[in-house]
Design a protein around this ligand. Sequence first.
Ligand code: CMP
Length: 142
Amino acid sequence: MAVERTLGIIKPNALNDDVLGKVITHYEKAGLKIAAMKMTHLTKEKAEGFYIEHKERPFFGGLVNFMTSAPCVLVVIEGDNAVLRNREIMGDTNPADADEGTIRKLYAKSMQANAIHGSDSQTSAEREIAFFFEKGEIFTRF
Ligand code: CMP
């Protein structure tokens, strides 16, 4: 299996609910390693740029407001098949449809305040990691 990197964002509602450590534990229990991590309070410009593909969607403004409402934690996650594996442990975007035991089932409040983001493909992961991290900020243990 290929070692991949993917981007996770632990969103404001998860930090407000003090479940940062619990979310990180889900990654670790899934065998995924943290290759980089930082806490940041996203600016409007940065949130809009990150979610640019959703610019025309009706939820875009609300999503940007939510993502800038409090700090987030950005993580580069690394491991075998990391993009897909991370999506499995995150659960469905809509917590109502998420499987039992997934991060969103446990910690999401709504579609908007859905606790975490994870890249949806290797192409997205490359763009999203580069959007937030310099190469020298990412460490590997493989
Ligand atoms: P995320 O994985 O961060 O990628 C885009 C985000 O848009 C998604 O998680 C949700 O938080 C949000 N989103 C997607 N669809 C909707 C929707 N119908 N209503 C509100 N927010 C949404």
